[in-house]
Write a protein that binds this ligand. Structure first.
Ligand code: ZN
Length: 488
């Protein structure tokens, strides 16, 4: 374990305050993040949430924890309108496009993975699907029924919120009081299967036309949306685990229901630290397809949109997201992304310079203190924007050493190199945007520069210039120095 791991604090949404992080099992972290419902292209706002938790996962790993990171795929049970009535989001899309529901699931799971990959997001340790865990969900419903916190009605099973509230507080996470919740819900119309309006579905009886359905002790049906996360987190992380993350919009009712289901079936509150990422706005307004104020990640990367003035590299977008705390709202504008692009390039230039830096004399700055600052920022509830500010203090120092104005010892230089690489690449998840290309180009460029060197040795200036100009036309700049030629 990294010695700094002791100092990690996390803002726990359940308590409304920052707490020292103490895992259930020493050296191990169970991390669950609510994944996407795969019925459309992944939304930029959702990407922000997933990238925030990717950063959390990366930092926990950097601290030396063994992290089991579970992020589900919702491929059934999420009804249009997020409630207990109406059509399944995936089944609806399948009907409209005349496809099998699993074709929809496959298509948008691939889209989601591709976008996450472009953002350099690490895949979770386990990515379970709701349809792959119907048996576990049925078993959990049985346990909740056995414990008296649910009832069967007309082939459906509902969670009895008022009964549960007599034994355990309901509404703790979202800070809602059950009396207020009751008065804010509509009256039951008599046709309803539910006993009370607040009750939510654990299992829904399926009509004949319903496409996605399974047999159960209560008849043919499908699980309620909230249940899958409880069943899968219990299966892979245990009855009580460390961190559960998701977007702010999932706090109520989804996460509130997860707490109730876990407690009602296992007798213990399922999560120690609840973390919620904030939302993203576009030009100061909520993103919404209906108003046209909306952009897909792919459209942002290609520049094929009417909202941004140019295309932005996924790494610039990721860097931009890291400049806001995950609990703050973040506004996407062209100006802000252009500024982020400059910052990102400055950081990457400094990382290159750092690799070629030469040590000399005594260190002009306290390198250990600089690095302690990196840890202090991330240990303060994953404060990435403060980390970025600290990294830029280091960038100034690196550039001054590079210019020969300041000095650094060999030991400090090694330390700075390894910790800068750890925080920029491993923790923030950035990579130089041309890194992949350079890997493939390197052997080719070595060959081309060899040929050019040969031409120069033979005083064949025509060939040498032809190679240089040709490379320039391809956007590659060749610099001739005392120790041979270099390119960028
Ligand atoms: Zn969930």
């Amino acid at each position: 374990m990294n010695a700094h791991a002791e100092q990690l604090t996390i803002y726990n949404s359940l308590k409304g305050e920052k707490e020292k992080f103490v895992p259930v099992n020493e050296g191990f972290v169970g991390l669950y993040v609510c994944g996407p419902t795969v019925y459309s292209n992944v939304h930029l706002g959702n990407c922000r949430s997933f990238i925030s938790f990717d950063m959390v996962y990366r930092y926990l790993t950097h601290l030396g924890y063994k992290v089991r990171y579970v992020r589900n795929i919702t491929d059934v049970g999420h009804l249009v309108g997020d409630a207990d009535e109406g059509e399944d989001k995936i089944a609806r899309k399948a009907r409209l496009e005349q496809l099998e529901p699993m074709e929809i699931v496959q298509q948008y799971t691939l889209d989601f993975h591709s976008v996450m990959d472009q953002f350099n997001s690490i895949p979770p340790s386990i990515e379970p699907t709701a349809t792959g865990h119907i048996i576990e969900q049925i078993e959990m419903i049985k346990a909740i029924l056995d414990n008296g916190f649910a009832y069967e009605s007309n082939g459906s099973v509902y969670f009895d919120v008022e009964k549960y509230n007599e034994a355990h507080p309901y509404g703790e996470l979202s800070g809602r009081k059950i009396e207020d919740l009751i008065s804010n819900t509509r009256e039951l119309d008599g046709q309803d299967e539910k006993r009370a309006p607040l009750d939510f579905a654990l299992w829904k009886n399926a009509s004949k036309e319903h496409i996605m359905k399974w047999p159960s002790p209560w008849g043919i049906g499908f699980p309620g949306w909230h249940l899958e996360c409880s069943a899968m987190s219990t299966k892979y992380l245990g009855e009580q685990f460390d961190i559960h993350g998701g977007g702010m919009d999932l706090k109520f009712p989804h996460h509130e229901c997860e707490i109730a289901q876990g407690t009602a079936s296992n007798g213990v509150s399922p999560v120690r630290y609840w973390m919620h990422g904030n939302m993203l706005t576009l030009n100061g307004k909520k993103m919404a397809k209906s108003t046209g104020n909306s952009i897909l990640p792919g459209e942002l990367f290609s520049g094929d949109n009417d909202i941004m003035e140019k295309a932005f590299d996924p790494m610039v977008v990721r860097f931009f997201m890291m400049q806001a705390h995950y609990r703050s709202t973040l506004d996407f504008t062209s100006e802000a992304l252009v500024a982020a692009e400059k910052g990102y390039e400055r950081l990457m230039e400094a990382m290159k310079a750092l690799n070629n830096l030469k040590s000399s004399g005594e260190s002009s700055q306290n390198v250990k203190e600089i690095i302690d600052g990196f840890y202090a920022s991330m240990n303060d509830d994953f404060n990435a924007p403060i980390l970025v500010a600290n990294l830029f203090e280091a960038v100034k120092y690196i550039n001054s050493v590079n210019d020969g104005k300041l000095h650094i010892t060999a030991n400090d230089l090694e330390l700075l190199k390894s910790e800068m690489a750890a925080f920029v690449y491993d923790v923030l998840g950035l990579k130089s945007s041309d890194a992949g290309n350079n890997d493939k180009l390197s052997p080719v460029m070595d060959l081309v520069l060899d040929l050019r060197q040969e031409a120069r040795t033979n005083k064949d200036w025509g060939t040498s210039d032809k190679i240089r100009d040709g490379l320039a036309a391809a956007g590659i700049v060749v610099k001739d120095g005392k120790e041979g030629s270099s390119w960028s």
